[in-house]
Design a protein around this ligand. Sequence first.
Ligand SMILES: NC(=O)c1ccc[n+]([C@@H]2O[C@H](COP(=O)([O-])OP(=O)(O)OC[C@H]3O[C@@H](n4cnc5c(N)ncnc54)[C@H](OP(=O)(O)O)[C@@H]3O)[C@@H](O)[C@H]2O)c1
Length: 219
Amino acid sequence: MDTSSQVGMRVLLVGATGLIGGHCLKALLSDDQIGVVTVFSRRALACSSPKVRVHIVDFDHLSDHAKAIDADAVLCCLGTTHRAAGSPEAFAKVDHIYVAELARLAAARGVPRFLLVSTVGADPRSPVFYSRVKGRAEADVSELPFQAVHILRPSLLLGERQESRPLEDWSQRLAPLWSWFTWGPFRHYRPVAAETVAARMVELAKSAQDGVHFHYFDD
Ligand SMILES: NC(=O)c1ccc[n+]([C@@H]2O[C@H](COP(=O)([O-])OP(=O)(O)OC[C@H]3O[C@@H](n4cnc5c(N)ncnc54)[C@H](OP(=O)(O)O)[C@@H]3O)[C@@H](O)[C@H]2O)c1
């Protein structure tokens, strides 16, 4: 049953404890068109809004929570790093397997729109492992029978994290210089604020555009 006209849009947000996901959560909570935000997270959230329903989920057993996937749009901001995950396989499990399984369950539950944060350069045939994993996740999501799939491909994300990521910290300091060199065909590689990506995701979740779409810096 479509209850969106009664309670506003229902959104499932995955990755709400992360940089982009945290900004998505804030944007969704302050948006009057959004009625319910279901969050799948492996840990508790510091959020007391009556709009939010948090499900603590073991992502190795996502299908146990399939019934809670009852939404007009899924926003997937999941992701990890090789360092945090501990191995390339563990990284691929989060950035590809969990994403693909989430999308498969959402499609089976009849969710019309799926939004995924991927990365610039994602390509299932890339010789670079990171880009290949992200490309495989994109390919799996794109093949599912959603009305609309929006894949956002940011470059370096700008924003404050609680955890320390030395390489990203340095890259953020060099961001103005980096932006200066990335023009013409390299514009897609410009650093972008995580808050901007999140705002765009929420906008796209509400849009009526059908089909598979890729979104870059200029967008
Ligand atoms: N960082 C960049 O510059 C950059 C650039 C381009 C694209 N991206 C992509 O953008 C997306 C979002 O990035 P971000 O920086 O916002 O991510 P982030 O801050 O690292 O947050 C990632 C989210 O994924 C969850 N997660 C990680 N490992 C998990 C696991 N094993 N099981 C369940 N949940 C897990 C985290 O939960 P916990 O809080 O519980 O860990 C968190 O909610 C990612 O796909 C990333 O690859 C990032």
